[in-house]
Write a protein that binds this ligand. Structure first.
Ligand SMILES: [Zn+2]
Length: 360
């Protein structure tokens, strides 16, 4: 039996405000895990606890739907003018780090678990708050193996309640451009790595602008040079420049092909030092029952793409989608907030999606 049939916006906002006040930067999720354990106990839910991950559930049926989202946040950035952890409720919003990414999803999913109406003898609704999404580590990528097999998984990320069935792949390349050092007063005796790096960096811009491959939902493969470091002193011609490329990819121009094109474009001075391509393109069929249920629950006609990467990637077998309350542009931004009415809408979508999916 659901513990209550419907929660109020006020109850949800209060609960969210409470968890925003718990510091939960990746690696430090213990306290929020304890908070959820206490809540599960209070509502008589069965649950299991491994590391910094939890799984709570209702029902004992074979048809299983999983809600998964992350408890961790990134560290606060320097742009914050508010206390990142005050959890204030002001102007119809809950403020603070992780209020939107992914606090709204955590609170929405938890209350949907408590209040969704379905046949518990035939179905099981599960909720897994997991750690380390922002950094990768010991979260859903491992904990998924401890979860009973599920037919479908809803991944919670702020999408402004858009139903997302795809996300782009991602890679990171550590680049090193080499030259030869000399005294800055005698540059002709050296070979300035900064000039070689500058030319190769501009080739990345040109390469990216020339990509013609497009995906209807995901758009295009993008490249961004995000870090450049080098030099040891003001008066020394640098012999090494280290720089980083962040790539986001579509199936038509995937990680491997993009990396190959980058390598071909570089001068002999620049080499890839380290290649990290953990996430490929993730895509689900928009005709899957789960997607239909979520679209119907949210009143959406069509599906969208999720702008970042998420733990949905680790759901490699079951039906899946990404949906959640909160504006995506506020994730990792200063003075993060979520509108209370948006939080409530997210909760209703989770609840209705579960009811529709589990009754079919
Ligand atoms: Zn997130």
């Amino acid at each position: 039996m659901p513990t209550t049939t419907e929660f109020t916006q006020d109850t949800l906002a209060d609960a969210l405000s409470r968890i925003v006040r718990i510091k939960r930067v990746s690696g430090n999720e213990h306290e929020v895990i304890e908070w959820f354990k206490a809540q599960f106990g209070k509502h008589g839910l069965q649950f299991k606890h491994t590391g910094r991950n939890l799984l709570a559930w209702r029902g004992q049926g074979d048809k299983r739907l999983l809600f998964n989202t992350h408890t961790d946040t990134v560290p606060p950035n320097h742009g914050y003018t508010r206390d990142p952890w005050d959890g204030a409720r002001e102007d119809g919003k809950v403020w603070g780090l992780g209020s939107s990414d992914a606090g709204g999803c955590l609170i929405g999913m938890f209350h949907a678990l408590l209040s969704a109406d379905f046949d518990e003898s035939k179905c099981t609704l599960m909720f897994a708050p997991t750690c380390d999404e922002e950094t990768q580590g010991e979260g859903f990528e491992h904990f998924r193996n401890e979860i009973p097999e599920f037919e479908a998984c809803v991944t919670g990320e702020p999408t402004d309640c858009e139903v997302c069935t795809a996300e782009r792949g991602m890679f990171k390349l550590d680049m090193r451009t080499a030259g030869k050092s000399s005294h800055a007063a005698r540059p002709w005796q050296g070979d300035n790595a900064a000039y070689h790096a500058a030319r190769d960096i501009l080739k990345i811009e040109a390469l990216y602008e020339g990509f013609e491959e497009r995906d209807d939902l995901l758009g295009r493969t993008t490249l961004a040079v995000t870090m450049v470091n080098g030099g040891v002193a003001r008066n020394v011609v640098p012999s090494e420049i280290d720089w980083v490329i962040d790539g986001r990819t579509i199936e038509q121009l995937d990680n491997a092909e993009t990396i190959k094109r980058i390598k071909e474009a570089m001068s002999e001075h620049t080499k890839v030092q380290r290649e990290k391509a953990r996430f490929g393109v993730w895509k689900r069929d928009e005709n899957d029952p789960l997607v239909k249920c979520a679209c119907s629950a949210s009143g959406k006609q069509g599906v969208s793409a999720f702008g970042g990467v998420s733990d949905a990637w680790w759901n490699d077998k079951a039906q899946g989608l990404i949906v959640g309350p909160g504006f995506p542009k506020l994730s990792h931004a200063a003075n993060e907030y979520i509108e209370e009415k948006e939080l409530f809408r997210g909760y209703q979508i989770y609840k209705k999606t579960a009811e529709l999916f589990l009754e079919t």
